[in-house]
Design a protein around this ligand. Sequence first.
Ligand SMILES: C[S@@+](CC[C@H](N)C(=O)[O-])C[C@H]1O[C@@H](n2cnc3c(N)ncnc32)[C@H](O)[C@@H]1O
Length: 292
Amino acid sequence: MSTTATITAEGPNAEQIRYWNEQAGPKWVALQEQLDRQLADLGTKAIDRAAIVHGEAILDLGCGCGSTSLELARRTEETGSVLGVDISAPMLEVARRRARDAGLRNVRFELADAQTHQFSCTSRDVALSRFGVMFFADPVAAFANVRRGLKPGGRLAFVCWQALAKNPWMALPLAAVAQHVPLPPPAGPDAPGPFSFADRDRVSGILKAAGFSDVGFESIEEPLTIGGTADLDAAVEFLLMLGPTQALLAQADETVRAQVLKAVRASVAPHHGPSGVQLPAAAWIVRARYSR
Ligand SMILES: C[S@@+](CC[C@H](N)C(=O)[O-])C[C@H]1O[C@@H](n2cnc3c(N)ncnc32)[C@H](O)[C@@H]1O
């Protein structure tokens, strides 16, 4: 098992390496259970669409705290194997612990940049990702690299977000934060980030340029239970700790933070019911094949 403990913030994705080790990674570790409850259904759909059969060798791209890697390891069974790859050391530490605790011996993790890592095995059956492929500085180079880790006929399946405007679960709290904290100038729609794969024509172009074919998209539009919790205050706290919202609040003092908390609470409270805060979300499940 590879146990590389650190990664240097260098190369094309240096900024993301810093972000996922210093800022976002520790938050995702702290919120792992809530995030898993919120994202489980979308991850399961992507795994289902990959149609894993036992004995297959699988790559999990941007595997984070390992939830999908563990599920893939169960589906491919003892005769198969899973390699989870991620640039975040704190998240991989959690993934390794969970695999050990679950007694899964057919999954291992590597701290590496999926865009540049030289995969030692070049004949895997499947590459999968739950929201881990939208952060590459050069997505064509990244997917070409992933494709080199697959055998001809290998399958690719991932889930990514559609546009921010179709994801009120993120747009609503962000608008509430913006009442009190100036938003930075918007990054271009193609800049690495959670919504960079919103445009299906762009994604299709990237995958084809990287050597994939049979690219297909399935739109999933269903509400998310924020933080996977029934509790309104826990859902609000969860939203403040995540993604663009937490990045904006990183420099805020206590007074501003309290104002933001109040604003976010007011914006999501109307969507709170017995099973929690339910807000609309839209994702793509993307599938492709490497046919030489
Ligand atoms: C939104 S999180 C998703 C994590 C996990 N797949 C899940 O669903 O819980 C994005 C993940 O992609 C990883 N990531 C970003 N850029 C990466 C890269 N170039 N190579 C490998 N992993 C990367 C991050 O470290 C992070 O764990």
